[in-house]
Ligand binder design. Structure first.
Ligand SMILES: [Zn+2]
Length: 306
């Protein structure tokens, strides 16, 4: 399960859909990229490339947006989570509009695209960001903490003022198998009470029961219900994986997050990158690759807080 060489997609693959917040249709293409190129977003209609790294993040209101100059791409976190979760180091993510299509609101359609393209193993050793010291962002009862760990694990506790999402926790040791089986299918969610407010602010114009879980005071409005009983916490784990992907390379560390969101996750990424004592970047070799372990998946029982 451990990869010590970099990976890209084998060929170009595309999907079309609307942006959740803009409501605008867009075609997304995943294309191969050379070793050490990382993930690059490309506004095809403007001819502008935007590296998928923290310093290009310009907005974290409900979704994460990256920009270079005036060229901006919104809602990058679900495709980033899919690429990161599937062990893709280098990829051009091309889009012909201002937002990545939301598709079904999860990372599953992007995982399907990676599967359709196939994976090409590259010769260069994989670079990892190794967390050497705990780094934490705290704001009242919300926090996000990265600490040293021999692998990549993410634990999220969601605690909304809502009977269906009270103290819901999910933890996974993230690798290709656990990502695809336990995380990728979890959809984004919103509260009916927030929809009018979001639409008045010019957001969620493309939102529907086809691409988000919608919750009212007591129930799930989607006719088919949930994909997992703890789908909310799983989606927050998915979002956090996408947000940490903006470190620019896979991370060896454990993220523990309670009630955090895109803004706090990016603040954590910035704090790690700004602290040379807290992290180092290593390049895996055939020998070191054997020490980069991806242990078996583990999860907390629903509702348990570590
Ligand atoms: Zn999300």
């Amino acid at each position: 399960m451990a990869y010590w060489t970099q990976r890209t997609v084998s060929k170009r693959v595309s999907a079309t859909g609307v942006g959740l917040h803009s409501g605008k249709p867009a075609t997304l293409t995943l294309a191969p990229a050379s070793a050490d190129a990382g993930i690059t977003f490309v506004r095809m209609d403007l001819g502008v490339e935007i590296p998928g790294r923290n310093e290009f993040v310009v907005d974290t209101t409900l979704s994460t947006s990256v920009a270079s100059g005036k060229a901006r791409i919104a809602t990058v976190e679900h495709v980033l989570a899919a690429l990161h979760g599937m062990g893709i180091d280098n990829c051009r993510v091309e889009v012909d509009g201002p937002e990545i299509p939301i598709l079904d609101g999860s990372s599953a359609p992007f995982v399907c695209l990676v599967r359709e393209a196939g994976v090409k193993v590259q010769r260069a050793g994989r670079r990892y960001l190794v967390v050497d010291q705990p780094v934490e962002i705290r704001d009242g009862d919300k926090f996000a903490r990265l600490e040293p760990f021999d692998g990549f694990s993410v634990e999220f506790t969601a605690d909304f003022d809502h009977p269906l999402i009270t103290n819901q926790a999910f933890r996974a040791i993230v690798n290709e198998r656990t990502f695809e089986r336990e995380i990728a299918r979890a959809r984004t969610f919103c509260f009916r009470r927030d929809i009018e407010r979001m639409q008045a602010a010019g957001l969620a114009k493309g939102g529907s029961l086809e691409n988000a879980i919608v919750v009212d005071e007591f129930s799930i409005l989607n006719p088919d219900g949930l994909r997992f009983a703890d789908e909310f916490a799983r989606h927050k784990v998915l979002d956090a994986i996408g947000d940490l992907a903006l470190l620019g390379m896979p991370v060896l560390g454990a993220l523990t997050a309670v009630k955090s969101g895109h803004a706090m996750n990016q603040a954590l990424v910035r704090k790690v990158l700004a602290d040379p004592a807290a992290h180092r970047i290593v390049r895996a070799t055939a020998e070191s690759g054997s020490t980069v372990r991806h242990p078996a998946p583990a999860r907390l029982p629903q509702g348990q807080v570590a």
